[in-house]
Design a protein around this ligand. Structure first.
Ligand code: SAM
Ligand code: SF4
Length: 362
């Protein structure tokens, strides 16, 4: 038998990121869905997202310019297999050159589906121009249709403006419109059925998102989260849900058909609702996201503690190949589950990332 020399075993290094192809990771996933934050600033202060006083905003020079955004998106699409783009923030409408940014992306990537997540403030006067610039469709965040609740939750009395924005988006043809809502116990949870009623009446698809530990106040507690299961109970008097027969594909939302209690399941549904259980049933195994922050850093996961600076090498004159390779390497290290290879959101070892949702680009 060979004698041991007492030398520690060499660790087999993990295989390096591939030098070609798309944004794959060590767990066999491929990211094709790009979330790009245009700005960290916002004109609301939703309690589940931002502190009352706002944040220390990024200085203008640190934000990606329109040209830099286009370059990064084009490399993603042409070299890395990115198939769709969602613009987000902060609040994308706070960016004055938004129409120009979208128009420039559209010119570089004529076939790319471009959507945007927004609070809709100011959309009433910009929806048509955004559609003309090349925006394909829109997701609007709206947690209450009652003015007092809206004001308490967002710390701004601006429900009218948001509703005007939703109407304008609809009229401009930015549908199908999806409405995102976060429910908070004792604040708007009791209004879940009202919000669903309103969304169905207007033909919008409502998605309830579980409150994630990415709030600026760091006051998130697992026990306080209104789970997807609880949402079903909250709306049960007025609505019955049955699984949507259409395939879920890469969507984090579990989709349901909505009917009135007692109605026949063969009858056409009133509409659909999505439940996004990011906390209680994370969708990590099928995640297809790659995220770019407003200052051009790659985050492979919402809950990451690490980022990779892409804008730095863009500004240093990197070639498209170099940009693509840095991106591949960043995504290769994507953690197995929310933020970590070992612990999930429900674990007591879970550590909230420093960045809040608005600073990541949700
Ligand atoms: N300002 C835009 C808006 O509100 O739609 C875009 C950015 S916002 C960060 C994107 C989405 O993240 C919104 O739908 C918002 O409701 C959601 N969000 C923010 N903080 C969250 C949190 N802590 N947990 C779950 N969702 C959150
Ligand atoms: Fe602003 Fe959107 Fe965060 Fe609300 S959720 S504070 S609208 S970034």
């Amino acid at each position: 038998m060979a004698q041991s020399l007492g030398i520690p075993q060499l660790r087999v290094p993990p295989p390096a990121a591939p030098l070609s192809g798309g944004l794959t990771d060590r767990y066999g996933r491929t990211a094709t869905d790009m979330r790009l934050s245009l700005i960290d600033k916002c004109n609301l202060r939703c309690t589940y997202c931002m502190p009352a006083d706002g944040m220390a905003w990024l200085p203008q020079r640190m934000l990606m310019t329109a040209d830099e955004i286009v370059r990064i998106v084009r490399v993603g699409v042409e070299m890395l297999g990115v198939e769709e783009l969602r613009l987000t923030g902060g609040e994308p409408l706070v960016r004055k050159d938004l129409e120009f940014v979208i128009g420039s992306i559209r010119a570089a990537c004529p076939e790319l589906p471009i959507s945007m997540t927004t609070n809709a403030i100011g959309l009433d006067v910009r929806a048509r121009a955004l559609r003309d610039a090349g925006l394909s469709r829109i997701n609007i965040s709206l947690d209450s249709i009652h003015p007092e609740t809206f004001a308490a939750l967002t710390r701004r009395p601006m429900l009218d403006k948001v509703l005007a924005g939703v109407r304008a988006a609809d009229e401009a043809g930015l549908g199908p419109i999806k409405i995102n809502a976060v429910l908070l116990r004792g604040v708007n949870a009791h209004e879940a059925a009202d919000l669903l009623e309103w969304s169905l009446e207007h033909g919008y698809e409502l998605r309830f998102i579980e409150h994630m530990p990415l709030d600026g106040d760091h006051s998130w507690k697992k026990e306080k989260v209104i789970t997807a299961e609880e949402v079903r109970a909250l709306i049960t008097e007025k609505f019955v849900l049955s699984p949507d027969p259409q395939e879920r594909l890469g969507s984090p939302a579990e989709r349901y058909e909505v009917r009135r209690p007692g109605s026949n399941f063969g009858s056409p549904p009133l509409g659909r609702v999505g439940l996004i259980s990011s906390v209680t049933e994370p969708f990590c195994a099928a995640c297809t996201r790659t995220r770019i922050t407003a200052e051009g850093r790659i985050r492979s996961c919402l809950f990451s503690h690490e980022e990779t600076d892409l804008l730095e090498i863009v500004r240093d004159g990197a070639s498209d190949r170099e940009i693509a390779q840095r991106w591949r390497e960043a995504m290769w290290g994507k953690p197995r589950a929310h933020g970590s290879d070992t612990v999930g959101l429900s674990s007591s070892d879970y550590v909230q990332p420093e960045r809040t949702m608005s600073a990541i680009g949700g």
